[in-house]
Design a protein. Structure first.
Length: 323
C-alpha cells in the first residue's frame, strides 16, 4: 500500500485533503480578524447553549432583590426569606455570509485568496454581529439630550458632548440602580466627533495615563470620573435637515420617525451599565465549505452560526443625543 499524505488542497491519488483541520484554522482566523472590531459586544452578557427553547429562544435568568431589614433581637431566631426569579428570552437566528472563487483564480493569484477571504469574512462577521448589540441598545426608550434639552429638535450647533452631560447621565443610571462594570465604571460608546470635545476638557484622563492597563477594553480611549469611553464610528448619527441615519461612514437606509434637526447632525451615543444587554449563542461561528462544486472548478467558503441579541434591563442603558 502506498503512503498516504494529508494536504490542504484537493484530493489527488495518495494525497488526501484534511478538510476539518483547514476549516478550524479558518474559523480561528474569523475570530482573530473580528476581535479589533467587536466593541459593543464587550458589554453584553454572554449565554451559550447547544440547544434552544421552543421558538428559538435562549433564557436569561434574573433574580429579584431581597427586601426587608436585617435587624434581629438577641432572643429571636433568624428567619429565612425566599428568592424569586424571572426570565428574559432572547431569540436566536441563523447568520451566514459566503464567498466563491474559481480554481483558475487560486492558481493565478499572487496571494492566498482563501486566506484573504477569511479575513474579509471575519471583518463582516464582526461588523454585523456588533451591530446587533448596538441596535438592541438603540431600541431602548431612555433618552438624554445634550444640555438637558427637551428633545432632538431643541439641540443646537453648540450642543456638543460635555462633562456636565456625562455627570447628568451617570446620575440617571445610578438612580436607576444600574450596576457598574467590575464595580468600577459605566461604559460609553462615542463617535470620534463627540470624543473630540470630551478630550478637550480638563476632567479627561487619557487611557495611557491609567494606573493599570490589564482591563482596558477594545477601542477604549480614556475616562471621565466613573465613565470609560470607547470610540467607534458605528455610533450612528442623523443627518442635518434629513431623516437619514448614517453609521460607519455610510447611509444605513433606515429612517427615523423623529423630526430631523435643522441646526446640526445629531450623534446617538450610548452609555451602558452591567446586565443591560445580552448575547445569546446557540451555535458559535464556524467556517463551512460547500463541497465539490462544478467538478472542483469552484471553491466556496462561508461563516455560519446561530445567535441573537436582546435587552435584559432597559433601565441600565441610556441613549445620549448630541451635536
Amino acid at each position: 500500500m502506498a503512503n498516504k499524505t494529508n494536504i490542504a488542497g484537493a484530493d489527488s491519488g495518495d494525497f488526501v485533503q484534511l478538510d476539518n483541520v483547514v476549516l478550524d484554522v479558518y474559523s480561528q482566523e474569523i475570530l482573530y480578524q473580528a476581535q479589533p472590531a467587536l466593541r459593543f459586544e464587550s458589554v453584553a452578557v454572554q449565554r451559550q447553549e447547544l440547544g434552544v427553547m421552543p421558538g428559538n429562544n435562549i433564557k436569561f435568568l434574573r433574580y429579584a432583590s431581597l427586601d426587608g431589614d436585617s435587624a434581629i433581637a438577641e432572643t429571636a431566631e433568624i428567619e429565612t426569606d425566599s428568592m424569586s426569579t424571572s426570565t428574559i428570552e432572547i431569540g436566536v437566528g441563523e447568520h451566514a455570509k459566503a464567498i466563491q472563487v474559481s480554481q483558475a483564480l487560486l492558481n493565478a493569484s499572487v496571494t492566498n485568496v482563501l486566506d484573504d477571504a477569511a479575513v474579509l469574512l471575519g471583518q463582516h462577521y464582526a461588523t454585523w454581529r456588533d451591530s446587533l448589540v448596538r441596535d438592541e441598545l438603540l431600541g431602548g426608550t431612555n433618552l438624554y439630550y445634550a444640555g438637558e434639552s427637551a428633545n432632538r429638535a431643541a439641540l443646537g450647533a453648540t450642543s456638543t458632548f460635555k462633562v456636565d452631560d456625562v455627570r447628568a447621565v451617570v446620575e440617571r443610571l445610578s438612580t436607576a440602580k444600574a450596576p457598574k462594570f467590575e464595580l468600577d465604571a459605566y461604559v460609553c460608546f462615542v463617535h470620534p466627533h463627540q470624543a473630540r470635545y470630551l478630550r478637550a476638557d480638563p476632567a479627561w484622563v487619557n487611557v495611557q495615563l491609567y494606573g493599570s492597563v490589564d482591563n482596558i477594553r477594545t477601542g477604549e480611549i480614556g475616562r471621565i470620573e466613573d465613565v470609560r469611553f470607547i470610540e467607534t464610528t458605528k455610533v450612528p448619527y442623523v443627518k442635518k435637515n434629513t431623516q437619514d441615519i448614517w453609521s460607519d461612514g455610510a447611509d444605513t437606509g433606515v429612517n427615523t420617525s423623529v423630526t430631523a434637526n435643522s441646526a446640526t447632525d445629531v450623534y446617538r451615543s450610548l452609555i451602558v451599565g452591567d446586565y443591560a444587554v445580552g448575547m445569546a449563542e446557540a451555535l458559535p461561528v464556524e467556517m463551512r465549505d460547500n463541497g465539490v462544486i462544478d467538478f472542483g472548478r469552484k471553491h466556496a467558503l462561508a461563516y455560519y452560526g446561530i445567535w441573537g441579541s436582546g435587552l435584559i434591563e432597559e433601565a441600565h442603558s441610556l441613549i445620549i443625543e448630541t451635536a
